[in-house]
Design a protein around this ligand. Structure first.
Ligand SMILES: NC(=O)c1ccc[n+]([C@@H]2O[C@H](COP(=O)([O-])OP(=O)(O)OC[C@H]3O[C@@H](n4cnc5c(N)ncnc54)[C@H](O)[C@@H]3O)[C@@H](O)[C@H]2O)c1
Length: 249
């Protein structure tokens, strides 16, 4: 299926690996130029950028900490400067620092809320003036089904992702009148480096929870994000779309 992002430019955070890299590849496949923002996986983001440039796309890899408002504004400006425009923003960067609530440290709470929630807001805030001025834009945030159902050992992560869902709905209302759609994708258990470190029994439980009886792949999340960035989803906003193989139901 063609989402046709030809001639567009998309900024993806956390694009060095995992779901973010898959999103960068998919939007490029659909014709979009791409700005790849990352911090710890910046070098990998630069490699993906070079790969997509070889396909004929304009790309730029940007090193930025998503939780830093100033860095977020700088990254959006750099993306617009390098690509000449900005049509879509995907707030994907995220981390986990799991632990039961009675043992969870302040540092683990702050780190997860800073990257997952503040980082998402920082980029939406930085891109909003661009989108409002051109009266068009698409924002896709990445939450998690664990932000909807809660998860043992993930009070910080679940709270951050529930926050992303609330943020998505508020921004959909604020930016809708300016022609900006804001939607959220909530993945279930997807095979990435983030989940590779989890114990085998946790992985097995996710497989058993899933109606489809398997884990998800990064390209299966990227396909839905690409759809939401496209004109095919132009009357969809404020929506939370689970991509979880039925894990939540
Ligand atoms: N993998 C899953 O099962 C799953 C499920 C639900 C939701 N998610 C969400 O999907 C998103 C991507 O997850 P993933 O599995 O690909 O993770 P990942 O750890 O493989 O990739 C995350 C990327 O974000 C980058 N990043 C982290 N902190 C950053 C910061 N401060 N500034 C800039 N970049 C930063 C990392 O360097 C990395 O490249 C996250 O928001 C995650 O919470 C993942």
């Amino acid at each position: 299926m063609k989402d046709d992002l030809a001639g567009q430019a998309t900024l993806v955070t956390g694009a060095g690996r995992g779901i973010g890299a898959a999103i960068a590849r998919e939007v490029a496949r659909q014709g979009s130029d791409v700005a790849l923002v990352d911090l710890g996986s910046y070098d990998e983001a630069a490699v993906v950028a070079a790969e997509l440039r070889a396909l004929g796309r304009r790309t730029v890899a940007i090193r930025a900490d998503v939780s830093d408002f100033v860095a977020a504004e700088g990254a959006v400006q750099e993306a617009v400067g390098a690509l000449g425009r900005l049509d879509g923003l995907v707030c994907n960067a995220g981390i986990t620092r799991d632990g039961v609530s009675w043992k969870l440290t302040e540092a683990a709470w702050d780190a997860v809320l800073d990257v997952n929630l503040k980082g998402c807001f920082a980029f939406c805030r930085a891109a909003a003036p661009v989108f409002r001025a051109q009266k068009r834009g698409r924002i896709v945030t990445i939450a998690s089904i664990n932000g909807m159902r809660g998860k043992f050992g993930q009070s910080n992560y679940a709270a951050s992702k529930a926050g992303v869902i609330g943020l998505t709905k508020a921004l959909a209302r604020e930016l809708g009148p300016s022609g900006v759609n804001v939607n959220c994708v909530a993945p279930g258990f997807i095979r990435t480096e983030m989940t590779a470190k989890l114990p085998a029994e946790v992985v097995q439980r996710a497989v058993e929870e899933s109606a489809l009886g398997r884990l998800g792949e990064t390209d299966e999340v990227a396909a839905v994000v690409s759809f939401l960035l496209s004109d095919r989803a132009r009357y969809v906003t404020g929506e939370i779309i689970k991509v979880d193989g039925g894990q939540y139901i």
